[in-house]
Design a protein around this ligand. Sequence first.
Ligand SMILES: NC(=O)c1ccc[n+]([C@@H]2O[C@H](COP(=O)([O-])OP(=O)(O)OC[C@H]3O[C@@H](n4cnc5c(N)ncnc54)[C@H](O)[C@@H]3O)[C@@H](O)[C@H]2O)c1
Length: 434
Amino acid sequence: MRIAMIGTGYVGLVSGVCFSDFGHDVICVDKAEQKIDMLKAGQVPIYEPGLDVLMARNVAAGRLSFTTDLAAAVDGADAVFIAVGTPTRRGDGHADLTYVMAAAEEIAQAVTGYTVIVTKSTVPVGTNRNVWETVKAANPQAEFDVASNPEFLREGAAIDDFMRPDRVVVGVENDRAAEVMAEIYRPLYLRDFPILTTDLESAEMIKYAANAFLATKITFINEIAGLCEKVGADVKEVSRGIGLDGRIGNKFLHAGPGYGGSCFPKDTAALARIGQDHAHPMQITETVIRVNDEIKKRMIEKIRDACDDHFNGKTVAVLGVTFKPNTDDMRDAPSLSIVPALIGGGAKVRVVDPQGKSEGEALLPGAEWCDDPYIAARGADVVVLLTEWNEFRALNLSEIAASMKSARMVDLRNIYSKTTALKSGFETYVGVGR
Ligand SMILES: NC(=O)c1ccc[n+]([C@@H]2O[C@H](COP(=O)([O-])OP(=O)(O)OC[C@H]3O[C@@H](n4cnc5c(N)ncnc54)[C@H](O)[C@@H]3O)[C@@H](O)[C@H]2O)c1
């Protein structure tokens, strides 16, 4: 198969590289010239473990290339994937479909022969039909179908998720498009990974339903964590106790500072908006969004408590600023609300993150970047564990405690236990829900 992948972000680049590894010929397209220049030079513009090696292997095999020329990439392709961003539209919570529709217009002008135009971006129900109408209007002669193929990969584990998915969802309208999609995913089908072929609307809805459910599960345990703090229970024990129930499952039950990232905040907002547009308010999702916002604010209160009720003049070391470990993605990271609140209150904030600096420096003005947690904690009043990078899981707590002005820890990921922290010389340890 010849594939054109439009957009080389976290989803497009990983998908393009993995499809080429399946044996397909893939051309990845991006409007951002700087990204394409880097990719052509063999550099990966994002941090995603293992992507550099897989990319180099497939470029060397002649199956993978990069261009800014969308028309050339689309010409003669069997399938064109749209993997551009769908951020929250300013003001109303809707998914902003500007990039998707612009890509569809451009694709329409360039298709030759039968082509399946596949939306991989997360888009509201009805978008694939709009893409069909847009392409048809722009190029009535084009021979094409549309398909919805939402992506479920997680940043930080993206290659494994793409190569070993729980399922692949494909929304199509006819057998011809279904056959092209089946051919593209044949390597997975042969290895018995479930491929769910359905209609366009259901495929579009599956993605939002999945993300809203996961956001709900996280928010549920975060709300339980708040109650645990009031009643003297330990949310880690509660998570274990409920997670062992097969009907509940143990994933997404780790209490923390509230969900963030490139998907959950925008996808829950978009789903709520879709519900309002269809006079079917998504009350659970709307509540989840509100509760998650409150949880994030509560984290700031926790840190303030540990700082003797005021940030002024305090030095706080924040370990981890990306929205989760193993990515450099800062979109809607909890750090973006927490760090400015500390700085705004008069604290001196030192931050450490293994991959977050290039993105984070501009987003966290006033923060001082340190290369390692021991330097960041030296002379600090409080150390805050915000993102659970492996580097922060086995710290020498005694060394850190001994070097601090006052040895206090706010562990927003429950990496350590109170007993361990106190034994190591910390005077206070505050976790989440315990
Ligand atoms: N990031 C994730 O973990 C994840 C997971 C599943 C689904 N998704 C969805 O996938 C989509 C893409 O997300 P992302 O995180 O990869 O976005 P991203 O912002 O990292 O990348 C989007 C890329 O598209 C490029 N682009 C935009 N318009 C273009 C055009 N007309 N032609 C060529 N390139 C163009 C941009 O320059 C950018 O490089 C979103 O809808 C998102 O919701 C993301």
